[in-house]
Design a protein around this ligand. Structure first.
Ligand code: NDP
Length: 321
């Protein structure tokens, strides 16, 4: 349950797990409803934006006193809807709710879900990459960034990622095949760091963080470069945005900055699966997930995203299939 609107950095105590012993779950026979059991829940940075009472163009805020919602994979338990039958697996937005379980869950796969589609649409459509271009990805070991880097390599680009620990840097280079990577927390001058990694400048920046990183990147873009604005995680816990200062370079370099939202690409979901599944089966696209078990561990996992506790896609496993 989401307790109340959050200011600053979220805490575990902003959420509480409750038990309802009187809940009766059934689907009305004269409806087209389905009843689902949650199997996996996804922790995503945008959920922090729903914890404020500030209005957003696309997100409605959570209602204090009700369960938080997020992406999940669920199994259909009962259905009055001809499009779904008992046992079907579905994904979409679901409440952070579960039935009491005792069995041990299996592992999930998230690359083919929302973050995968985000990386696919954002990189191939918004960035419009060309072979040989110089690509920079921030929050690169996260669910979206790890895929963007691999897509850039498939395209024949040179790709560098930034992440917040040395272990994540090694993961980017050794598992995901980035050409290079660095720990942004150990770089006192991000502008100098980017000049070191991109002496000829950056053609494509896949933006996940904003703040000081975006300011430094702007100074290092090449003429006619593209910045795909996927997210701005460094700003989500701030009551006032930090602001960027080097925007005049956008004019000098004629850079295109374009935001996008994953739901723009929902109609392309089957095309995305046809693209990525063969690569995953052949081991040419790899992914790392960070799994916690049980809804009671959900709040800690969710807020851990904002201090980089997760390595790869943060998933909560609720129940076995
Ligand atoms: P993850 O939840 O997988 O990882 C988040 C990572 O961000 C953390 O592990 C941490 O890694 C890094 N991070 C946290 N705080 C900061 C900070 N202050 N400065 C820099 N890095 C920070 O992320 P996703 O891959 O799921 O999401 C990445 C971005 O994409 C987010 O901004 C998200 O909101 C956005 N997004 C946008 C979508 C859209 O439709 N436009 C859809 C999905 C995601 P580290 O150790 O490297 O600091």
């Amino acid at each position: 349950i989401f307790k109340d609107y959050v200011f600053g950095f979220p805490k575990e105590s902003d959420m509480v797990v409750t038990v309802d012993k009187n809940l009766k779950l059934k689907v009305a026979s004269d409806s087209k409803d389905i009843l689902v059991k949650n199997l996996y829940l996804s922790c995503d940075p945008y959920m922090r934006l729903l914890m404020t009472n500030r209005s957003s163009e696309i997100f409605g805020p959570y209602t204090p006193g009700t369960p938080i919602t997020g992406f999940g994979v669920s199994k259909v338990i009962d259905s009055r809807n001809p499009e779904f039958k008992e046992g079907d697996l579905v994904w979409g937005i679901t409440g952070w709710e579960c039935w009491e379980e005792t069995e041990q869950p299996k592992q999930s796969e998230s690359t083919t879900g929302m973050p995968g589609l985000t990386a696919y649409g954002g990189f191939y459509e918004v960035c419009a990459p060309k072979k040989g271009e110089y690509v920079f990805v921030s929050a690169a070991s996260g669910a979206v960034g790890q895929l963007v880097g691999q897509f850039a390599k498939l395209m024949g680009c040179y790709v560098v990622g930034s992440a917040g620990t040395q272990d994540k840097v090694e993961l980017l280079k050794n598992k995901f095949g980035f050409d290079d990577a660095f720990n942004y927390k150990e770089e006192p001058d991000l502008n100098a760091a980017l000049k070191r990694y991109f002496p000829e400048g950056i053609d494509i920046y896949f933006e996940n963080v904003e703040g000081k990183m975006l300011d430094a990147v702007i100074l290092n873009m090449r003429v006619h470069g593209r910045i795909a604005v996927c997210g701005m995680i460094s700003q989500y816990n701030r009551d006032q945005p930090e602001g960027v200062h080097n925007l005049m370079s956008i004019v000098y370099k004629r850079v295109r900055i374009e935001g996008f939202a994953v739901f723009d690409y929902y109609p392309q979901y089957s095309k995305f699966l046809d693209f990525i599944l063969p690569y995953i089966r052949e081991g040419k696209v790899k992914y790392v997930e960070d799994i916690v078990e049980g809804l009671e561990n959900g709040p800690a996992a969710l807020i851990g995203l904002f201090s980089g506790c997760n390595v790869g896609k943060q998933v909560i496993v609720i129940a076995p299939q």
